[in-house]
Design a protein around this ligand. Sequence first.
Ligand code: GRF
Length: 212
Amino acid sequence: MKSLVILISGRGSNMQALLEAGLPVEHIAVISNNPDASGLEIARRYGAETSIVDHRAFPDRQAFDRALAEKIDTHQPKLIALAGFMRILSDRFVQHYQGRLMNIHPSLLPAFPGLDTHARALQEGIKIHGCTVHFVTLQLDHGPIVIQAAIPVLPEDTEKTLAARVLQQEHRIYPQAVRWFMEDRIRLDANQVEIVDSCVNEIALYSPGLPE
Ligand code: GRF
């Protein structure tokens, strides 16, 4: 049985995009470290199995990660998708799931790893921003890149408007990346990801735009 586990901590809009995508999987389970995550309610509405592994109930990161891995493994997932999961995972955990642990990050990695990506993007004055789906490795927000989406930063953008436009793209690329994985179309070789039979798109994005 092809199964997918989605880890969340909060709102769960990326999880929702995955649940709505009609992915080629037979079983989806959602696990949250936060009992109050509003995404849990959404997951139940979509009929996904939900559970909570509350990090506050464990003495340290290792103990939490062990309990989380135990819960994940009951579903024997082909892939584990982090979707706004706000805990740093231990090296042991990451190694255990190497090659089948994906994350969505709200910047064009390797630019702006970590938090507050939209505010930092505005501060730096970059003209093109976006989001990245990547495999998780030991270095935070640095694993092999599966797919990215780019958007222009507009002169009137605030952190909020920029975040909203990036989020729209997150909801497009994460289901796509997970679909490729489930269809066995992702070849991972060291730091390079190859997508078997992907479309070629040679259109350039200029920001600000060039005159007509
Ligand atoms: C998203 O911006 C995602 O890229 C980042 O955390 C946010 C989670 O949002 N990792 P949501 O819970 O999926 O709505």
